[in-house]
Design a protein around this ligand. Structure first.
Ligand SMILES: [Mg+2]
Length: 208
């Protein structure tokens, strides 16, 4: 790992993958009586609280459908940016929480990354139920608040969506602006500390 580059973690659902769009497409197919909310007004993280008539049982039926996650569309311009990050040999990983009661979700996610972003990224998939346990400098994620067992090592970069507009901190608007945004992220201080320690060690050994 090149220490002068930040460690970047990218969420999948509604960051790399068009999860909400795929979900509501599936609702329209299976439950035609449900009123599909327009993406610009669905401002709730919980899909069942929108005024749609969607029940939790309907939602779970889709979440738990084999291959649902395998067939999601990729977010516009994500492929180009991920290619640029690969070419820059970024310290970047994909960090996603699989839906554990869906029997194919975890393998679907790994296959999906391979199909859309290729083997370099496929080897950088981290599936976890607790993102606070994953080391990184920046986590790009649309979830309004991310909690877990530990105080995260990463800083949450909120991927802009209607339902996270109240979340504080760094915010990224879309993939179109992502590469420039990422390029201007400060390198974490730990690197400077490590470099100073390495120089100090080199200085000590030169005295011996
Ligand atoms: Mg997400």
């Amino acid at each position: 790992m090149e220490s002068n580059k930040p460690v970047l973690l990218f969420d999948m659902d509604d960051v790399l993958a068009l999860f909400a769009e795929g979900f509501w497409d599936e609702v329209a197919l299976r439950f035609p009586a449900v009123k599909i909310p327009h993406i610009s007004v669905s401002n709730s993280w919980d899909l069942c609280t929108v005024e749609s008539g969607l029940t939790r049982e309907m939602m779970l039926e889709i979440f738990e459908s084999p291959y649902f996650f395998r067939n999601l569309k990729v977010a516009p311009h994500a492929v180009e940016v991920m290619k640029q990050l690969e070419e820059a040999n970024a310290n970047a990983f994909i960090c996603s929480a699989p839906y554990i009661t869906n029997p194919t979700c975890a393998s679907d996610k790994v296959e999906w990354v391979g199909e859309h972003f290729g083997p370099w990224w496929q080897k950088r998939v981290i599936l976890t139920m607790d993102k606070t346990m994953v080391y990184g400098d920046y986590l790009f994620d649309d979830k309004p608040v991310i909690t877990g067992l530990r105080k995260p090592s990463w800083q949450h970069v909120v991927w802009d969506r209607n339902y996270n507009r109240d979340s504080k901190g760094l915010r990224i608007l879309n993939w179109e602006s992502a590469y420039d945004f990422i390029s201007t992220l400060p390198v974490p201080k730990r690197n400077g500390f490590r470099v100073r320690i390495a120089k100090f060690r080199a200085f000590l050994s030169s005295l011996l």
